[in-house]
Design a protein. Structure first.
Length: 56
């Protein structure tokens, strides 16, 4: 859930070039939550969250 929240914040910021939209992040989290299988989604969001940030 920590990476999902970070992903949602990153995706919603117009100054961050994030690979997913807010709708995609929500959809990815919902699918993981519904299936009970979180690891693959966590890994994708973690990788995207660690791409770097232009904000100081």
């Amino acid at each position: 859930m920590r990476h999902a929240v970070a992903a949602l914040l990153n995706a919603s910021n117009p100054d961050v070039n994030y690979p997913y939209t807010t709708a995609q992040v929500i959809s990815m989290f919902q699918a993981a939550f519904d299936s009970g299988s979180y690891e693959a989604t966590k890994n994708r969001l973690e990788a995207a969250n660690e791409l770097g940030c232009p904000l100081n």
